[in-house]
Ligand binder design. Structure first.
Ligand code: G1P
Length: 286
């Protein structure tokens, strides 16, 4: 069994109902932050972390996500000689065999989506990236996690303190021993109401997991919201493998939320040398 994280699962079969009507005929992962679709930020972050194989768990109506990483022959020959456009295309072209897809034919939950990739993952540690959570950090969030995981092993999730009234939107950690940005996970519960939440430490959309969780998912029953929850399967591994939450040094934008999506566009545009000045001037004039 390899001790490197080489594979990442991207669950991209979701319907994106919070962003309708934008997502009626377009995958939410193709929504653009400045000039890159969300899925490309996620793939770029994975590449930076050393991931070699991107596993998209996809569904009907989502083929634009895979097409995005293809060689676009017509565009590339038309753009020849136009440096900026070619460079932009370069970053969206996947290497041969870098992307594989598997279908999740029914929306049975995040845990079920991850389980759908079990044959591709095999018996090695893997990452899970939820592209809705756009993470801006340097090094990237997943790279920070891989670096920490190389010492810690086991299961590692990205954690963030959320406002007390938001616990019902996240998996929430019962904290054990704390050491700087690291917290041992003593228990984990999916989307607890604020009155019963064990803390405000939430799971956000980055995980590094051991393959044993896939077998647990295969036997899982529906949990919160009637879905097969990754959170429940991870909770079942507590005590058997090390389990930690890392507060990554990165800013998270929840792009599955309308306000979060607009804020992400503003924040990333302001940071860009090509458009930042124009956007800043406009905002200053408001
Ligand atoms: C999923 C997980 C949840 C986690 C969240 C992070 O929920 O089930 O534990 O906190 O992602 O974004 P979802 O946002 O798919 O409802």
């Amino acid at each position: 069994m390899t001790n490197r994280v080489r594979k990442a699962i991207f669950p991209v079969a979701g319907l994106g109902t919070r962003l309708l009507p934008a997502t009626k005929s377009m995958p939410k992962e193709m929504l653009t932050i400045v000039d890159r679709p969300l899925i490309q930020y996620a793939v770029d972050e994975a590449r930076e972390a050393g991931i070699e194989q991107m596993i998209f768990v996809t569904g009907r109506g989502k083929s634009a996500i895979v097409d995005h990483f293809d060689v676009a022959f017509e565009l590339e020959s038309t753009m020849r000689g136009k440096a900026r456009s070619l460079e932009a295309l370069d970053r969206s072209r996947a290497g041969f065999g870098e992307i594989v897809t598997v279908r999740q034919q029914q929306p049975l939950g995040l845990g079920h989506a991850v389980w759908c990739a079990r044959h591709i993952v095999g018996n090695e540690p893997f990452a899970v990236i939820l592209p809705d959570d756009l993470m801006v950090g340097s090094p990237g969030a997943l790279k920070q996690m891989v670096d920490a995981w190389e010492t810690l092993g086991g299961n590692l999730i990205a954690g963030e303190e959320v406002p007390a009234d938001k616990t019902a939107s996240y998996g929430i950690v019962t904290p054990g021993k704390q050491d700087g940005a690291l917290t041992a996970v003593a228990a984990l519960v999916e989307k607890p109401a604020p009155e019963v939440a064990p803390s405000r430490l939430a799971v956000i959309g980055r995980y590094i997991l051991q393959p044993e969780v896939l077998a647990v998912l295969g036997k899982s029953e529906a949990g919160a919201g009637g879905e097969i929850q990754l959170t429940d399967a991870l909770a079942a591994m507590i005590g058997k493998q090390p389990f930690n939450a890392l507060k990554v040094d990165a800013v998270r934008h929840d792009c599955g939320d309308r306000a979060g999506f607009v804020i992400a566009n503003i924040a990333l545009a302001l940071d860009r040398p090509d458009v930042g000045g124009t956007v800043r001037d406009f905002i200053a004039g408001l």
